[in-house]
Design a protein around this ligand. Structure first.
Ligand SMILES: [Zn+2]
Ligand SMILES: [Zn+2]
Ligand SMILES: [Zn+2]
Length: 454
């Protein structure tokens, strides 16, 4: 037994081994390891790698636990509230307790990646994490947090990046707040799916503390394999998925703008030419907006590019790339958080085309997500002017869109679009009623004409 204990200690004392294993341990297991003996205690309490990546989202002590019949925790809360306690203090309680204990152990400073997804995290607690010297968090994940007031959070962030802030502050480099917390993808084992226990509910022999640690390590190493699969968050941003953000508010856009070059997010600002006053007229200028539409890697349907160019990892500025979820386990750098998987054949990183909805109005098909850039497709003179409805092509002309495209014209400003369908000096309509004329609108009209929808 003594021999085994020494061997494990020797193994964990290797920096690389601790770096690879510690992030997969819940805080309870990490503390259990530190209680084995003085040597383990010294290892866990003094080694930064043991605490660098801390995921508290599944820690029971971090949650406000209420019984199922006490919906919303009203009576639980009433029993514990005292008059001096503010609402934020109350909901911060469990996490403040954990942070206080970790600070007393001297390990709070070692946490560089902190995951608080789904927990009660009032904005005031975020302010402490960002502003107080006892924290050194670089990557913070606050997805689907409860009691997190986004307006207050925006104020906290804008204060953190204010001109005149102290040198080296804030330490925070990346914030996950827009995406949804992960499904337990990293806990899924590849074998025996029907017999595996539910995450967080060990049974039988697994219920002993030592066995739990071993089983945890085994299942986590299996999870490493799962993590090498294509990342769904990468698909969300880099594929032609359309809307990626549900609530892209202008207040958040202003906050991202203020944080540019200092704190990056799991969302980016639209870089379309209309947001750059040097590249557009004052009438067309748009204030900062969040890029909420993922347009895929192929660019504009006509030219394959965009006026602003795609964002590409290693070539573009940090604020042009979204953080990809989940936060990486073995690194706490912004670069690792933004790195998409390269193309397996070319080893090149994928180009990211993403825009705000205002920039895509009238030039993006909401069904197939094809789009046409400003250089290739002129906008209508009046956004409110409705062109006549395109005619339904006959079956013989269904593969050549020119005849019905010619029936809809508007004279747009800007360069004449390329393509075969320009007629009568006007631009052919590419998008009508939020559908691309060539593919989706025609298909819909054909189905309608065939009586599909009555
Ligand atoms: Zn184009
Ligand atoms: Zn835009
Ligand atoms: Zn379409």
């Amino acid at each position: 037994m003594e021999q085994t204990s020494h061997s494990l200690l020797d193994l964990l004392s290797i920096n690389l081994v601790l770096r690879q294993t510690a992030p997969y341990l819940p805080i309870s297991s990490l503390l259990a390891v530190s209680r084995v003996n003085r040597a383990f205690q010294a290892l866990v309490n003094t080694h930064p790698e043991a605490w660098r990546h801390l995921d508290l989202s599944r820690a029971k002590s971090a949650t406000i636990d209420t019984s199922p019949i006490d919906a919303g925790g009203i009576s639980w809360r009433a029993e514990r509230m005292d008059e001096a306690l503010t609402e934020d203090d109350f909901y911060s309680g469990p996490l403040r307790g954990i942070f206080s204990r970790l600070h007393n152990k001297g390990v709070l400073q070692f946490i560089h990646t902190l995951i608080l997804d789904g927990l009660s995290v009032p904005a005031d607690l975020v302010r402490e994490i960002i502003a107080e010297d006892r924290f050194s968090v670089r990557i913070l994940s606050l997805r689907d947090c409860k009691h997190l007031n986004h307006t207050k959070l925006q104020q906290v962030l804008r204060y953190a990046v204010r001109p005149g802030r102290s040198d080296g502050s804030p330490k925070l480099r990346g914030l996950y707040v827009f995406g949804h917390k992960d499904n337990p993808r990293t806990l899924v084992m590849k074998d025996e799916p029907s017999t595996r226990p539910a995450p967080g509910h060990p049974t039988g022999v697994l219920a002993t503390e030592g066995a739990q640690i071993g089983a945890e390590w085994n299942s986590r190493s299996s999870a490493i394999l799962d993590e090498s699969l294509p990342d769904s968050d990468q698909q969300r941003w880099y594929s032609r998925t359309g809307r990626t953000l549900i609530r892209p508010t202008n207040e958040w856009a202003d906050t991202l703008y203020a944080c540019q070059g200092i704190i990056a997010f799991d969302a980016v600002l639209c870089k379309g030419p209309r947001h750059d006053i040097a590249r557009t007229t004052s009438g067309d200028y748009l204030p900062p907006r969040m890029a909420s539409i993922a347009l895929g890697p192929s660019g504009c349907e006509t030219c394959g590019r965009s006026p602003e160019g795609p964002a590409i990892f290693r070539h573009s500025q940090e604020d042009a790339l979204p953080l990809l979820a989940p936060p990486p386990t073995h690194s706490s750098t912004l670069r690792a958080s933004q790195r998409p998987e390269p193309d397996p054949e070319t080893a090149e990183f994928p180009p990211l085309f993403t825009r705000c909805e205002d920039c895509l109005r009238g030039r993006w098909c909401e069904r197939c997500n094809r789009w046409w850039c400003e250089a290739c497709y002129a906008e209508p003179i009046s956004r409110t002017a409705q062109p006549s409805i395109p005619q339904i092509p006959t079956s013989s002309s269904s593969t050549t869109p020119t005849p019905y495209v010619q029936s809809v014209e508007w004279g747009g400003p800007g360069p004449a679009p390329s393509g075969p369908a320009t007629a009568g000096g006007g631009a052919p309509v590419k998008v009508y009623s939020k559908l691309c004329v060539e593919h989706c609108l025609v298909g819909e009209m054909m189905m309608s004409a065939d009586g599909f929808w009555g």
